[in-house]
Design a protein around this ligand. Sequence first.
Ligand code: ADE
Length: 252
Amino acid sequence: MRFDVITLFPEFLAQSAGLGVVGRAQEKALFSLHGWNPRDYAEGNYRRVDDRPFGGGPGMVMLIEPLQACLSAVRAADPTPAPVIYLSPQGRPLTQAKVRELAALPRMILLCGRYEGIDERFLASAVDEEISLGDYVLSGGELGAAVIIDAVARLQEGALNDAESAAQDSFEGELGLLDCPHFSQPAQHPLGDVPDVLRSGNHAAIAAWRRQQSLLRTWQRRPELLDESTLNKADRKLLAQGRDGLESDKNP
Ligand code: ADE
């Protein structure tokens, strides 16, 4: 997987992709990251990358020419086809399903805007897809690019060991449920004891408990993710039993 990031702050991306699981994946050459600064492709003494918007208003708009020259250099650096993805609050919100789709690509070009945005003519000619992190406004696309790189890189074959396996993650699996709670040593603690079932060694019971916790958490915290009509009989039973358990905890 090759990431090319067009950004006024390439060092920001290099830092965030150098740590933890993602940093290890990069060391193992499971992906490569290439930062491209449009300022390096700007003309003139001032290497201007932005100017005032036509029609007035606040802020500055990133200029077509440096971005076009920069993108040409990115394309010329490697023949592998790659979509240009623009990070912006006007894009579709990123989901784990989208992350999986992106993770299957050989390459992508992430375009980060700053200031008020990018000249619409460049966007219309060059961008294949617009992705947003969520319904809030950031000061630039770099955090969005860092999020995509992190989420996509950890799904590359060999990035996670068995214990970290992505199959257990929230939003993975057929129903896209939230992850279950996790516990480690000590089994007994003033903050609470580890549920007995996790210490029972009974793998089927542990799997059922985890599934039940995932169902319950999704139902409690993100009910819009859970379409109960699509649950199979076993899941329906686990969820019903889980809810009964919550009720009896409340009214012992
Ligand atoms: N740039 C500015 N706001 C953004 C957002 N919400 N998501 C992605 N990129 C952005």
